[in-house]
Design a protein. Structure first.
Length: 201
């Protein structure tokens, strides 16, 4: 839970700020940067996992929580989700707040974030799902059981003879509970996000 929660919280902050900057700031190369973000979406993590592993081994951060968290914080997919949603928010609302004396961070926190709750809920659910079910990266970067995430621990436990199916089913049930809790917590905002997409389409 430490790993997954850190990825979700840090990822929401980083990706939403980056997406907002792309949607609202005007700077040279902005279109190219958006194109790079879109291009990065099609590159699977498996394609960069091995080079990233050697990089992490070189800086000696293997077998830690940090090495399981940092590579998944910045996500081109989630950045693009935030970017497209922020584009749909009328600029007049932000301009009105700016006239009232609000600064950039105040506008973002007081105006944009409340309007963007559906996309925040969507990213929170998807990010939690991806991080909670990740197996390849923990297999590469962890050795001891102290820092292994629960899904990897269950996978390793399944290989130990004799197979204890009762214990495995109990672990699997425990593993699904956080997913259910997160979905129920963000269900209303997630449904509104889907409905909004359908109406726009």
């Amino acid at each position: 839970m430490i790993i997954t929660s850190s990825i979700v919280v840090a990822g929401i902050v980083v990706n939403s700020l980056f997406g907002y900057a792309l949607a609202r700031m005007t700077f040279r190369g902005r279109g190219l940067l958006v194109g790079v973000v879109i291009a990065l979406i099609i590159i699977p993590f498996q394609a960069i996992a091995v080079p990233l592993f050697f990089m992490m081994a070189k800086i000696e951060v293997l077998d830690t929580y940090q090495v399981q968290i940092v590579p998944f914080i910045a996500s081109p997919f989630f950045t693009y989700l935030f970017y497209t949603f922020f584009l749909s928010i009328p600029k007049e609302l932000e301009e009105a707040a700016r006239v009232d004396g609000a600064g950039p961070l105040t506008i973002f926190w007081r105006v944009v974030v409340p309007l963007a709750r559906p996309v925040y809920a969507t990213v929170a659910i998807l990010s939690f799902l991806f991080a909670w079910g990740e197996l390849l990266w923990p297999v590469l970067v962890t050795r001891g059981p102290e820092v292994r995430p629960l899904p990897l621990g269950i996978a390793v436990f399944q290989t130990l003879p004799p197979v204890q199916w009762g214990d495995i089913m109990a672990f699997a049930t425990v593993m699904t509970l956080p997913l259910l809790v997160v979905f129920l917590a963000f269900q209303d905002a997630f449904v509104r996000s889907v409905a909004r997409t359908g109406i726009k389409g």
